[in-house]
Structure formats: C-alpha cells, structure tokens
Design a protein around this ligand. Structure first.
Ligand code: PXL
Length: 283
C-alpha cells in the first residue's frame, strides 16, 4: 500500500497580492512538507498598500468545498483564517462539529483592524458569534495583541512575559478552547515573546514561551497566516501542541529574518519571504 499524504485544510480568504490568506497558507504548509487543501471563504482584491474589494463566497459554496475535500481525504489538521461573513462562520461551526469533529483546529482570529474591515454583514453579530461559538471549538487560537484585546473586550498592556502569560491564560479561560498562543509582535522592547498555554489532561495549565530579537522588518504581510498554518502543519505532522508552538515561532522568525532586505511595491509593506525568493541583485 502506498503511504497516505499528510494534509491540512485551510479555510480562509484569497489575497490577490498573495502575501496573506490562502496563498500564504499554501506556501507555509508546502515549506513544512505538508500538502494544503483549501476552502475559500472570500475573495479580496488587494495589494501591499490597501484592500480595494472583498466578496464573501456564498455559504453553500463554502460548505461544498469543505465537503468535497473531506469526503476525499480527511485532513490531519485544519487552519481557519478570515471567514468573510456570519453565514460562513455558521457553516464553519457546523463543519467543525460535524465532519471535522475529530480533527485538530488552529484558528487565527483575524477579526481586528485590517481584516475586520474585510468582513461583510453585521460585524457586531459576527464577532459575537465568532467569540462565543467558533473560537471555543479550537485546539489552538493564535491571537496577536490587538486580536486579544478584541477577544477580551478591553485594552491590554503587557509589561513582561509573565503578564503576557497571564493574559493568554485569561483568553483560554474565556474561550474554553484547548490552548492559546499569544503572539508578542505588537509589544515594545528588544525581545519579542510568544507565549503558549494549554490545558493538561488533568485540567491544570501548562505554559511555554519563546523569544527572539525584535527586527525592524518592513515586509510582514501574511505573518499571522503563516504562523497559524505552521502550527497546523506541525500538528498534522504529529507533533504535540507545545512542540508545534516552538516550531511555528522559530520558523516564522526565520522567515522574518530573511524578509528585511528587499522592497516590494510602493508601500513598504511587502510579503513575508517564505521561500527565499530572489531580489534583482540576487539572480
Ligand atoms: O492576516 C489577515 C488576513 C487574512 N486573510 C486574508 C488577508 C489578511 C490580511 O491581509 O488578506 C485574505
């Protein structure tokens, strides 16, 4: 018998400049050596400067994509990014509790700032449903600080790593999901800390953290998508959540390190350089 290919399913939006969304996810999973299947929630027209148009796909089309993928081969992990609409959120919940019930799910809670502007319909209702129904189903939720503020409904000030771990634990408690990574890119200081907290089998909390030196890098478009897909890929590979956390943090930092020395477009906000793409002086 030939060996079965390991796969993830990414349920996310399309980004025409291919720095974030489904396009980032395919690159990140491929880098990891995991095959990415996809279910598109929304199509965005954007470049490195701005999002000009968003069209959420009809929920029935989203459902059909997920069903088609899962009927063929159940993924080893799922990554959920931009959902596009409340109706799509409801379909994803239904799938997470149905045909994807036994599959680990990593959710990148892209509901603030730029990506919040990309949601269609009643945003308040969507965010309420998202926080109370979708996020609790996650194996891992991977907010940055602004997303954590949205989840907790209040401003967050991180003064040190133990304060950051405390906030992560609060998010875990509020959502009742299995684990949380609170990413520290939006904090101050020379070091960026990512913190991880999970419920152990006996209901205790287990913490881990990882730091790297802060880099002044202009090309970070797609970092959150890449991070969560790295985690999903590592879980699909069979790693524990704590090891998947460490790998995602380390690899994303490696990508950021190699993304500092090039320009892309007119806006000083280019995509992450996952595959070491060439610049004009390096061909
Ligand atoms: O990083 C959030 C995000 C998610 N999904 C899509 C995006 C973005 C940010 O630009 O374009 C499709």
């Amino acid at each position: 018998m030939p060996e079965r290919l390991k796969t993830i399913l990414t349920i996310a939006g399309s980004d025409s400049c291919a720095g974030a969304g489904i396009q980032a996810d395919i690159k990140a999973a491929s880098y990891f050596g995991i095959y990415a299947t996809t279910a598109v929630t929304a199509v965005t027209a954007q470049n490195s400067g701005a999002v000009s148009k968003v069209m959420a796909l009809p929920p029935d089309m989203l459902r059909s994509q997920i069903e088609a993928v899962v009927e063929d081969q159940c993924p080893d992990a799922v990554k959920i990014g931009m959902t596009g609409s409340l109706a799509n959120c409801e379909v994803i919940c239904e799938m997470a509790e149905g045909c994807l019930k036994d599959v680990p799910i990593v959710i990148d809670p892209v509901i603030s700032a730029t990506s919040g502007a990309m949601l269609s319909g009643d945003k308040e209702k969507l965010i309420d449903f998202y926080i109370n129904h979708l996020l609790p189903l996650a194996t891992v939720v991977t907010p940055n600080i602004p997303e954590a503020e949205m989840i907790l409904g209040r401003p967050i000030h991180i003064s040190n790593t133990s304060a950051q771990s405390e906030v992560a634990a609060r998010i875990l408690d509020k959502l009742g999901c299995q684990s949380v990574v609170l990413k520290g890119g939006h904090t101050d200081g020379k070091r960026v800390w990512d913190v991880f907290v999970e419920y152990t089998f006996d209901g205790d909390l287990s913490f881990a953290n990882h730091y790297f030196q802060r880099l002044m890098c202009p090309n970070l478009h797609g970092t959150g998508c890449t991070y969560s897909t790295m985690m999903a890929s590592a879980i699909a590979e069979g790693h524990s959540l704590a090891v998947a956390f460490r790998l995602a943090s380390k690899l994303t930092h490696d990508f950021i390190e190699r993304s500092c020395g090039y320009s892309f477009g007119d806006h000083n906000n280019g995509p992450l350089n996952i595959f070491d793409f060439k610049t004009e002086n390096n061909n």
